[in-house]
Design a protein around this ligand. Structure first.
Ligand code: C5P
Length: 224
């Protein structure tokens, strides 16, 4: 069974997807971290992020491991724990740049399909329900008001002490800009799959969103 959860930054999809996976005893796969890892590795190697051949070469060779433990998700790239470096703005921007290039998307889509075919997977991203697994068993599209999404991102960065003096309006602007790029790119743009259930999370708690999703996956479940 494959559950696809797509949506823009700050829609709550990663937090929700992780909890849904835990509750179902499924594996959670965060495809955003995969694109972030490619951007990180490319910057380490001094590759220009828009140099599609160079970045594709890196994407095809890099070993990305997503490991889940009590402290949440850890990301290892070629054996190095880079978890704390992935959420900074430079990598968010970098991920969006590499993710707009066809060769990179093809390589990542193949990796993601392989992971998904192991079964019992909750996968989150931008194109899971539309491109990676168009036949996913259940599809959800999470969205929220841009101001609220920016506010969530601001809090997340503050908690991780990665705010770099940016204020709330700046963070909202960055989130809106990245969404615009993700939605308007030619290949695999961020959009709701026709058969995905839309959940507006603006005024919902994480628990409420999780409950909505679990109700659809396990009909009649009250005590989950
Ligand atoms: O989800 P996250 O914010 O970590 O994703 C970082 C960036 O990676 C997104 O803004 C998007 O450009 C790209 N991405 C994508 N397709 C996915 C997951 C992420 O294009 N399935």
């Amino acid at each position: 069974m494959i559950i696809a959860i797509d949506g823009p930054a700050g829609s709550g999809k990663s937090t929700v997807a992780k909890i849904v996976a835990d509750k179902l005893n499924f594996r959670y796969i965060d495809t955003g971290s995969m694109y972030r890892s490619v951007a990180w590795k490319s910057l380490q190697k001094n590759a220009a992020l828009k140099d599609e051949d160079a970045v594709a070469d890196i994407a095809s060779k890099v070993k990305i491991e997503l490991i889940y433990g009590k402290k949440g998700q850890l990301v290892f790239v070629d054996g190095e724990n880079i978890t704390d470096q992935l959420k900074v703005e430079e990598i968010s921007r970098g991920a969006a740049i590499v993710a707009a290039q066809p060769m990179i998307r093809e390589i990542m889509t193949i990796k993601q399909r392989k992971l998904g075919l192991e079964g019992k997977v909750v996968m989150d991203g931008r194109d899971i329900g539309t491109v990676v697994f168009p036949k996913a068993d259940k599809k959800f599209f999470l969205d929220a008001d841009p101001k609220e999404r920016g506010r969530r991102r601001f809090i997340e960065l503050k908690e991780k002490k990665q705010i770099n003096n940016a204020d709330l309006p700046t963070i909202i602007e960055q989130v809106v800009q990245r969404d615009h790029e993700d939605r308007s790119r030619k290949i695999a743009p961020l959009k709701q799959a026709k058969d995905a259930m839309l959940i507006d999370t603006t005024h919902l708690s994480i628990d409420q969103v999780v409950e909505e999703i679990i109700k659809v996956i396990v009909p009649g479940s009250q005590t989950f």
